[in-house]
Design a protein. Structure first.
Lengths: 118, 109
């Protein structure tokens, strides 16, 4: 089984719909991240969380919200989807076990969610 | 914030050729990773290399932290090496990973 699992893998929806992307991890990492990738571009950070009570905005958080329901789960929501949110979305984790400092640890990525908004 | 540049932006190689990809960054960093994004979009972690040299099969990476650059060397390239290569850096005081724009590699038979 994958260490970082994203669901769904693909989603097509209409403008104005509410969308939730889920991420779960079995690595026991403290830190979780959501990124967006547009065609021909690198990844841009949307939101990140260092533990269950911690939520931080990244460089492109407008139009998105997140929830860290448990140490192993981090979900991304689009409250009212718009076409320019069509992209490939990645979840990532880093860090050691709960309570450790993970800032220098490598990031591990899920397989991505392809989201198309019509 | 930190600026990350990668060169070249695009590269076409004949199968069997060698190549060097470069990543420059504008400030000191605590962490640097190289990733390969395959044609299916998956991000594969190649190296975690904040400094020094590492090798994994036909791939090797060197980071010279004092001079703010990292190199990814691909030897005897294969068609399966095609895809986009990203470097990503982290500075602890910023607490966020910054990705470069990537190098798109095509290896032709």
């Amino acid at each position: 089984d994958a260490d970082v699992t994203q669901t769904p893998r693909n989603r097509i929806t209409k403008t104005g719909k509410r969308i939730m992307l889920e991420c779960s991890q079995t690595k026991g990492h403290d830190r979780m991240y959501w990124y967006r990738q547009d065609p021909g571009l690198g990844l841009r950070l949307i939101y990140y969380s260092f533990d269950v009570k911690d939520i931080n905005k990244g460089e492109i958080s407008d139009g998105y919200s997140v929830s860290r329901q448990a140490q192993a789960k981090f979900s991304l929501s689009l409250e009212s989807a718009i076409p320019n949110q069509t992209a490939l979305y990645f979840c990532a984790t880093s860090g050691g076990r709960t309570g450790s400092h993970g800032s220098n640890q490598p990031q591990h990525f899920g397989d991505g969610t392809r989201l198309s908004i019509l | 914030g930190i600026q990350v540049e990668q060169s070249p932006p695009d590269l076409i190689l004949q199968e069997g050729a060698n190549s060097t990809l470069r990543c420059n960054f504008s400030d000191s960093v605590n962490n640097l990773q190289w990733f390969h994004q395959n044609p299916w979009g998956q991000l594969i972690n190649l190296f975690y290399i904040p400094s020094g040299t590492k090798q994994n099969g036909r791939l090797s990476a060197t980071t010279v932290a004092t001079e703010r650059y990292s190199l990814l060397y691909i030897s005897s390239s294969q068609t399966t090496d095609s895809g986009v290569y990203f470097c990503a850096v982290l500075k602890t005081s910023y607490d966020k990973v910054i990705f470069g724009p990537g190098t798109s590699l095509s290896v032709i038979p």
